[in-house]
Design a protein around this ligand. Structure first.
Ligand code: SF4
Length: 342
């Protein structure tokens, strides 16, 4: 039912099929929207809310269940961003791999062709823009495996931000997270066999209520096995309203901090060793900044703000937003230093 009381809804429905023309005299916002990120990269939000009920998280209570944006709208926004000079799209949501579940993977039309509201099909379509596409917050569903061949073909960046949260089966169950650590490890092994370039970023929680020393040790052992490239870790924080607060004895702050330090120490060794393997390689980078000391760029393995940087000491004519080839000469735990090639 609709009518004059619902002008906005009617216009939204019309604009889904016939986007309004941009009028610089009456529109305050440019056609590509207003962004808080620099001109050469942009976040592309594909959905809101989440159907999972991880016990440490209150996002579903705050934002509700998953609502996916129609894929044609997402793609139209991506096209506008590219037209405005964006070189890298960072696909974000609360749960990127669940994209489209709520609309039963509905087929929409973009530029005259059918596209399913689904992560794999979205990635395929985004790849036609010819710019970097980076996936964030990918929940470890089985169909994530479908994305790896797209990475091998260079359609999306060989980068997965996939929060594993823990490795011990009892803790994962208490967190209401999927997958046993053996399964995760064998999937990581398979992904890397298929796509040796793959960068894996993950996040973990230490000091979950009731976490024993042995369970924490299992997490450290998992890090040794998994050899993840980039890792963020947090001590468990009892957010008001989170079910997990009632699930076991709270771990004293001091122990949580000690565990975090042990965790970070181990991961620091792993990240340093993994990055060192890049010395001597020539890699593509995207320039974020030019200052008096040179250019600051990022490789395909580095998302803005959370990962490392590539420093180029003699940047020549490089401009912000340029892509360039750099030979890596030095690395540390997070960052790389290199020289322009070609
Ligand atoms: S942690 Fe992520 S997947 Fe789990 S409920 Fe929160 S938003 Fe959803």
């Amino acid at each position: 039912m609709t009518g004059p009381h619902a002008t906005a809804e009617v216009m939204d429905a019309v604009h889904q099929h016939l986007p309004p023309k941009h009028d610089p005299f009456i529109d305050l916002v440019p056609p590509q929207g207003v962004r808080l990120t620099p001109r050469h990269y942009a976040y592309l939000k594909i959905s809101e809310g989440c159907n999972h009920r991880c016990t440490f998280c209150i996002i579903p209570a705050l934002r509700g269940d998953l609502v996916s944006r129609p894929v044609n709208e997402v793609l139209a926004e991506a096209q506008r961003l590219k037209d405005a000079g964006v070189q890298e799209l960072l696909v974000i949501s609360q749960d990127t791999s669940a994209y489209g579940i709520d609309v039963k993977y509905r087929t929409e039309f973009w530029e005259g062709r059918p596209v399913k509201t689904r992560m794999t099909e979205l990635c395929e379509a985004l790849s036609s823009l010819g710019i970097w596409v980076r996936l964030h917050y990918v929940y470890p569903y089985p169909h994530v495996d479908e994305i790896i061949p797209l990475m091998v073909e260079g359609k999306v960046l060989p980068y997965l931000d996939i929060p594993f949260q823990h490795a011990n089966p009892r803790i994962l169950k208490a967190m209401k997270r999927p997958a046993s650590s053996e399964k995760v490890l064998s999937r990581i092994k398979k992904w890397r066999e298929q796509c040796p370039e793959l960068t894996l970023r993950s996040t973990f929680i230490v000091g979950f209520p009731g976490e024993t020393e042995a369970e924490f040790q299992e997490l450290l052992d998992f890090l040794d096995e998994a050899q993840l490239d980039r890792v963020g870790a947090f001590t468990y924080s009892p957010v008001e309203g989170a079910v997990a607060n009632e699930l076991g004895t709270a771990i004293p702050e001091e122990i949580k901090e000690q565990r975090l330090a042990r965790f970070m120490e181990k991961q620091s060794e792993i990240s340093t060793a993994r990055l060192k393997r890049k010395i001597g390689q020539t890699i593509e980078v995207l320039v974020d900044e030019i200052d008096e000391e040179g250019a600051i760029a990022r490789s395909m393995a580095d998302a803005p703000d959370i990962d490392g940087l590539v420093y180029i000491l003699e940047p020549g004519d490089l401009q912000v937003g340029d892509r360039a080839m750099v030979r890596i000469e030095h690395t540390d735990e997070h960052d790389m230093w290199g020289v322009l090639v070609g």
